[in-house]
Design a protein around this ligand. Sequence first.
Ligand SMILES: Nc1nc2c(ncn2[C@@H]2O[C@H](COP(=O)(O)OP(=O)(O)OP(=O)(O)O)[C@@H](O)[C@H]2O)c(=O)[nH]1
Ligand SMILES: [Mg+2]
Length: 263
Amino acid sequence: MQALETVAERITVVMPVFNEGDTIRSTLLEASRKIPRIYDNIVFAVSEDGSTDNTKDALVSMASEMPNLQLHLGPRRKGYPGAAKDAILGVDGKTDYILFMDSDGQYDPTDFGLLWREIKKSDVDMVVGKRMNRVETPLRVFLSTGLRILEKIMFRTKQRDITSAFRLMRVGPAQSIAREVKYSKYNFWLEFTAIASLCGYRMQEVPVVYRAREGTSRVYSGSKILEAAVQELTTIFRVWRDYSLREIRRETGCQATATLRSQ
Ligand SMILES: Nc1nc2c(ncn2[C@@H]2O[C@H](COP(=O)(O)OP(=O)(O)OP(=O)(O)O)[C@@H](O)[C@H]2O)c(=O)[nH]1
Ligand SMILES: [Mg+2]
């Protein structure tokens, strides 16, 4: 097994949670067992809002067992994009890196080691876990492939998996990009990756395990998938319009990037 790194840099593991009462305990226990074996300066920041099952109770009981668990509980459901954005912007000021990970148990926390080694080796702003063995309906594969190709043409994204929710990011870039995400109603990461690409952030991909989900998607129920695809298509065009207009007016579309780059 790889040696444990004892370093001063802090990683906050950000996890959005909605109605995961049946699995959140095992997901958090697995992450808190596996990630600190690779890296020990870890805090878990779990953002829950509006769950109608026993998720809140499960989280409160876990907080008494895990001293490095920070809970953010909210009364009303924000929707995935709002929850992801607030969670990234809400990490505490001691954080150096954000490991974003959905809390549905689909990612294997052991793969954090691959992301960590890659960010240190290639000195990029973000390393994205490219999901292997995705099991999805043909309709979903068709729609997500279409959106990926469009995003590649419009924003010159180089990544294959532009919507992965397993990413290790330097905190400055992650928050600058997240602040700009404003259109997406379903898929936060499509818009996030488009902005990151437009603003010239450096991204790298590494293949990661992707497991089957227990229970059904909280974001895309069967009837919502087409509506979501149309909404995300609109989002892509709005982002493109915003940034090309800024370029025409010679405004800096990515002030945050420029500031970071000059430091
Ligand atoms: N805080 C918060 N978390 C949410 C919300 N909606 C979804 N989540 C969480 O976001 C993660 C992603 O949701 P999923 O239902 O797995 O959606 P998905 O991964 O896009 O779809 P699948 O591939 O079908 O799993 C899960 O960990 C959910 O618990 C929300 O409104 N608020
Ligand atoms: Mg999922």
